[in-house]
Design a protein around this ligand. Sequence first.
Ligand SMILES: NC(=O)c1ccc[n+]([C@@H]2O[C@H](COP(=O)([O-])OP(=O)(O)OC[C@H]3O[C@@H](n4cnc5c(N)ncnc54)[C@H](O)[C@@H]3O)[C@@H](O)[C@H]2O)c1
Length: 418
Amino acid sequence: MLRVGIIGCGDIANFNILGYLRSQETELVAVCDTDLIKAGKKLERWGLRTVPIYEEFKKMIDREDLDIVEILTPHHLHAPMTEYCAKAGVPGISVQKPMAHTITDCDYMIRVCAEEKVKLKLFENFRFYPVYLRAKELLEQGVIGEPLNFRINTIGMGGPGMPVEMNALLWRGDYDKCGGGRWIYDDGIHKFSMALWLMDQERVDELYGWIDYFSTVMDAPSFMYWKYPSKKENDPPKFGSMQFTLAPNVYYPSNYYDCDEFIEISGTKGMMWLNQCTSGGNIIAKAPQYPPIVVYSDGEVKVYGEDLPRDWRYSFINSTEHFINAMLKGNDPIYTGEQGKNLSIFAKMPFISTQQNRIVGWDEITPETEQNGSCNVIEPVKIDGGIFRKYLKSIRMDLKKGIQEGLTHKEFKYQYEL
Ligand SMILES: NC(=O)c1ccc[n+]([C@@H]2O[C@H](COP(=O)([O-])OP(=O)(O)OC[C@H]3O[C@@H](n4cnc5c(N)ncnc54)[C@H](O)[C@@H]3O)[C@@H](O)[C@H]2O)c1
């Protein structure tokens, strides 16, 4: 039985725990959070009331002889916590995305885990979403030929969705803790992951970005586009683009965060559309116009993935199961530390491009340029918590008004129960 401990019992812990609750090969033996009451409530919710709670993570690591630790804390804590766990001999470390708030820290985490012979997993769950896994299989079968262009739009909508704690929003607004904005650098890691994995790429060459700091509190609306490297001579040029759209008045029930993703991939033989991820399973998923995967090729339109669970939680369960297997069999995790760092490099590029109003090259984003200040992400303005609260209140008021004016606010239940 692998002994598992969790550091950070915030919002995402509710999803990282799912794979362990189902596993016959692991046991949650301890949790840690500086907020002991919150940690207690989480254990209650998970049906694990008797599991010990620590306030100080070092004590938990020193006492519990863990095989796996899940690091689910704000980004600036990922590196120091990884370092401590690795040096204390925890053999498996799973860190929620993004790997760290700086590239310098990502590099350090990779180095320390290599020196201590520790398996380091960067936990990026979209990579395990059942619909995206099927899409990847189809792409590998060549259903649209060679992928040429990737496009993803993330739309932040008005919910109702899962409640998120104010503290969780506030640390994301602090660039010294988050490492960038809450859309592009935090949520965006998933989207950069899809932009590389689905296109069978490890990196991009260069990127141009434009970020409108709406109400000073968010790095959206924003838009960016990039060029992938050529892998061989005579390769057709390959590009991608990403948008973050804010539409806070759209009524869009979700079991999770108030957003959703829509992807389009064009290839040499056809096109593929992927509808939804985060809010998969809601009203849109039930409409015949929005099947999970649509492919056009050879004069025919085909639909795939309707048999799959369109519930975001499966991306977490699959990712955790993958890590447990990697630990048991000695395989590399998905993602490795190097791949995790690549996602952080990609996600820093739009900020540097916007700050310096120019195209930015992948190789420019390094620990050295971060430290000498030539490519260091700078917070555009000090985020004011008051403005953020006002913004969230206005969303709630709009939604309430909409419901009074006739929007149907139906209760929304999970499509697939565990
Ligand atoms: N995969 C996803 O889709 C996804 C979604 C949301 C968040 N995340 C990631 O998960 C991580 C946590 O995010 P969250 O939304 O759960 O944040 P959160 O603020 O809800 O939770 C963080 C928790 O860490 C605790 N904490 C802070 N400092 C600590 C310390 N020194 N020792 C112990 N506990 C400490 C806080 O009390 C809090 O409970 C981040 O890396 C975030 O980017 C991933």
